[in-house]
Design a protein around this ligand. Sequence first.
Ligand code: CP
Ligand code: NVA
Length: 330
Amino acid sequence: MPRSLSGRSFLKLLDFSTEEIQYLLELAKDFKHLKRTNTPHKYLTGKNIVLLFEKTSTRTRCSFEVAGNDLGMGVTYLDPGSSQMGKKESLEDTAKVLGRMFDGIEYRGFDQQIVEDLAKYAGVPVWNGLTTDFHPTQMLADVLTIEENFGYYKGLKMVFMGDARNNVANSLMVVSAKLGINFVACGPKENMPDEALVATCREIAKENGCTIELTDDVKKGTKNADVIYTDIWVSMGEPDEIWAERIKLLSPFQVNDAVMANANPEAIFLHCLPSFHDLETTIGMDIYKKFGIPEMEVTDKVFRGPQSKVFDEAENRMHTIKAVMYATLK
Ligand code: CP
Ligand code: NVA
């Protein structure tokens, strides 16, 4: 049993021990059971939280809202552009004001330093709902989904394909190192994770008996993989002009039938979502008109196929975020 997480912020997984991450996963399983059995769990009635979003969201926002309501809390949402933060009021002042009114603050936005500073000044737990560097709540949902499919996660091989230096890839590398999952970043040399972060993760991985590998060789990287993971090629906050370059660079790392066939026959496919796997989005259609590609980081066939667990993964965002809020606010 790890020390209590009460009063802690959840900013990045590097701040948490293996036991603490495992504890959050166990808690999430309990909450999933309560939800599935329609058992009320308004354990935090009387508390209030605020969700501060500087970027758009479907899953993360809805997870915090539903989880907050299920726990009996009041939930306030501030959408991108509707708070004073940064424009008329400093981050420090905003954090101090929100900390006086709310018991917890979720932040989605840009630099990791912003969420770290919010936590420094707010005096209440702050949860990172995605920054340019990390997406830690996503990781708990991903590992829970892996465990639901294999019954365990330690010793498995997880491969991230594509833009291997984005927030999701960085976080997957950290959570893998912490939990003993063998991690492979499979992408072009130009898009590999930061060297210092790789070195830190390799040290942690050594303690937990797993490896961190970087490769641009798709065949070698995905051989016998248990989990194939990808994410969009251009993340929120990056300029539209970068699409052409990314399509050229990342197309060889698309998750398709050949990739899945090279993996373990029992392998699962994960994606944090949203995903460009068909032409049913305005951006997907624009890209198709400009570059002639009807699907990007994953083919529609793999996305909709039996190995894809992306909607279980999306549901698990809610149960795991509930665990994080409960553990830090109780
Ligand atoms: N995976 C994820 O964070 O989705 P949203 O951007 O919809 O929150
Ligand atoms: N890398 C993506 C993740 C979205 C959940 C982004 O930052 O846009």
